[in-house]
Design a protein around this ligand. Sequence first.
Ligand code: ZN
Length: 241
Amino acid sequence: MHYAIISDVHANLEALQAVLAKTEEEKIEGILFSGDSVGYGPDPNECTKILKEKAKIMVAGNHDRAAAGMTGITYFNPLARVAIEWTREVLSRENVEFLQSLPLTAELEEDNIYLVHATPREPEKWRYLLYEYDARINFNYFKEKICFLGHSHIPFIVERFSGGEIKFHYHYAEIRKENRYIVNAGSVGQPRDGNPDAAYVLLSDNSVEIKRISYDIVLTQKKMKKAGLPAYLINRLSAGR
Ligand code: ZN
């Protein structure tokens, strides 16, 4: 088993291409995608098409569902809303239908993997899993050994020991036979942990690792400007916030 897990691409084609090129060198067996193909960025059609082709399994994120007209956008912050409205205008019929077809959760039974965008407990409510308290509860809502998710754009690995102890890792964790894991894959297209490099996760039989890769941020920003997307969303890419 050797997978790359990616999340929150948010229509950032340059970041997606950089990650995919890197995972090709790493000779992975497949890509698992934790949701949010679109929203914020300038290339929603290209990114959706690539993810559709490349992902072994994928789930819907809140931006995917909103862009596909399945949920309202009143709960989005005003800038995210502007980006979703723009995305709705440019997204092809085919991509809208594809995003509508995505489930909220998915399993890879043979590898004991569970996939969701926000939380296993209430996938449709788009809650954030950030702290030990949230992690502890959410371990009760999936049966697999490892759950991959995204949504907060901040990567981490939570390890739950057989005795109940919880430990957070920020770069790497060994996969131990008796323990279970929740892994936030961070964000390919809009990291918010202060590091502007695209984030993704590599999973092998005995380890899980958070990886970072630089990409052509200036090109993405130029495209966003041309599309008339909000300046705040353009600038935040360079800060990784
Ligand atoms: Zn997101």
